[in-house]
Design a protein around this ligand. Structure first.
Ligand code: ADP
Length: 295
């Protein structure tokens, strides 16, 4: 199964070009979508989820024309949006039962079994009778993934699912995503760059509506081998370095500024060659489009 996005563009009425000729082919497995705020990630995911129209281009899931055959797509789609409201005075069990009904699982015994299986899977079975309004952020997200998994979707889209979760909740949530069957496409948008390396076999970086990079995260990191240098300096030093080198990120570390520089050639003894991480790939790509180093 493949999701093929071709020449997809979207211009909002306020003049913002949110998607600019996006081309992406996504295969089964976990696909990570990275990009700064306003890059167009949600616009892309809402378009794939049939929630908004594109101006140009096409999206096909194998033979299925996603932009035209919306009802068919919705039957095989699981979508967890960035912000989703819950009805506070209804339990997760009742709510999932209701959604299962809407998804066409008419037989009540079958529905009950499906809902209980899902509640077990997302570790909410013991809390199934509690009202959704009493759930913690992590529990709500796990409920969200349960509703997205109803009906065994072939295409699952999750938009920044771990915002607001503590590290333990985040791990639990990702373990859950990783357990999703292998004949499924999971598109995950996140701000946590290293999570993409851990979880995804394919990823893309988008910025200003354009795909800057698409490929395997490990390969992308390997390509940066021998090209990332660091040094410690102060604010004035960063400005000088920026004039001479391609500074891709600056971080405050124990009172001084730790600078990471991309260079195709050895920078000599004043700099330390370090092992690259996926964040270097990300910042290197983004820096080509916008100033990411602001002090
Ligand atoms: P991301 O999810 O990467 O933060 P979005 O797709 O939400 O990016 O937004 C991309 C750009 O489109 C931003 O500049 C945003 O302000 C703009 N935008 C998003 N939704 C709308 C809308 N409904 N109307 C007008 N502009 C929008």
């Amino acid at each position: 199964m493949q999701l093929v996005i071709s020449n997809l563009s979207k211009l909002y009425p306020n003049g913002v070009q949110a998607l600019n000729n996006v081309n992406l082919t996504i295969s089964e497995g976990m696909f990570g979508l990275l990009g700064p705020n306003g890059a167009g990630k949600s616009s892309l995911m809402r378009t794939i989820s049939t929630l908004q129209e594109a101006d140009n281009g096409s999206i096909f899931l194998d033979e299925l024309n996603v932009l035209k055959e919306k009802e068919t797509v919705r039957k095989i789609l699981g979508y967890l949006p960035q912000d989703f409201g819950v009805y506070p005075k209804i339990s997760s069990e009742q709510m999932l039962d209701h959604i299962a009904c809407l998804k066409g699982i008419g037989n009540s015994a079958e529905r009950k079994e499906t809902v209980h299986n899902l509640l077990n899977r997302v570790n909410l079975y013991t809390d199934r009778k509690k009202n959704l309004g009493t759930y913690s952020g992590g529990m709500k997200q796990r409920f969200g993934i349960a509703q997205a998994l109803l009906g065994n979707p072939k295409l699952i889209i999750v938009d920044e699912p771990t915002a607001g979760l503590d590290p333990a909740e985040r791990n639990r949530f990702y373990n859950l995503l990783s357990e999703i069957g292998c004949n499924t496409i999971v598109i995950l948008s996140t701000h946590i760059v290293e999570d993409v390396r851990t979880l995804c076999n394919d990823f893309a970086i988008i910025c200003k509506g354009e795909v800057l990079r698409h490929g395997n995260p490990d390969k992308a990191v390997q390509e940066m081998e021998g090209k990332i240098f660091t040094c410690n300096t102060d604010k004035a030093g960063v400005h000088l370095l920026k004039e001479k080198y391609q500074v891709i990120s600056v971080q405050m570390k124990s009172g001084s500024l730790s600078v990471r520089i991309y260079s195709d050639t050895d920078l000599g003894n004043d700099f330390k060659l370090v092992s690259p991480v996926l964040e270097d790939v990300y910042f290197h790509q983004i820096a080509s489009r916008m100033d990411v180093v602001t002090l």
